[in-house]
Design a protein around this ligand. Structure first.
Ligand code: NI
Length: 156
């Protein structure tokens, strides 16, 4: 495993659309293992492949109950609304209040290609929406709540 460099700020790759994963092979496993290690060494809860420079639809999330690998994910159900603070490993030291669904259900493949469902509420729902947006070149700054601006944190 290896820690990969996280792309930040105005790196144009962050605005590109990722392609579906079609090969569930060693190359994918290495990418996922590296993403897990990179996420573990960061202070984030999710990382999309594009953030380490790979335009494939793969995401890892760590919500405290074990790392999940989401491949070719999509939101199949969402309900409610929340307005909470959000940050991104690709936008260091910045935060903003976004509007997201309160609860989402995500359908995704695991590294073996099997389809699974993941339901998340509150922080988990924000995380899933945020990471899936990365796969379409979107950042949380695109979904700020009305009247909100990106702000810099004072503590890091
Ligand atoms: Ni992010």
């Amino acid at each position: 495993m290896a820690i990969r460099k996280i792309r930040v700020n105005d790196d144009p790759i962050l605005r590109k659309k990722s392609r579906d994963v079609t090969e569930f092979d060693e190359r994918l496993f290495t990418l996922l293992d590296d993403m897990r290690e990179t996420l573990a060494k960061s202070d984030g809860i999710g990382l999309a492949a594009v953030q380490v420079g790979v335009l494939r639809r793969a995401v890892v999330v760590d919500l405290g109950d074990g790392v999940k690998e989401l491949i070719n994910p999509s939101i199949v159900e969402s309900s409610g609304e929340q307005r909470e603070s959000e940050g991104c490993l690709s936008l260091p030291h910045k935060y903003g209040i976004t509007v997201r669904p309160k609860t989402v259900t995500v359908r995704a493949q695991n590294r073996n290609g099997n389809w699974c469902l993941y339901k998340g509420t509150d922080l988990a729902a924000r995380c899933y929406c945020h990471e899936l947006d990365h796969l379409d070149g979107k950042l949380y700054t695109d979904v700020l709540a009305p009247g909100e601006k990106v702000y810099f944190s004072k503590d890091n």
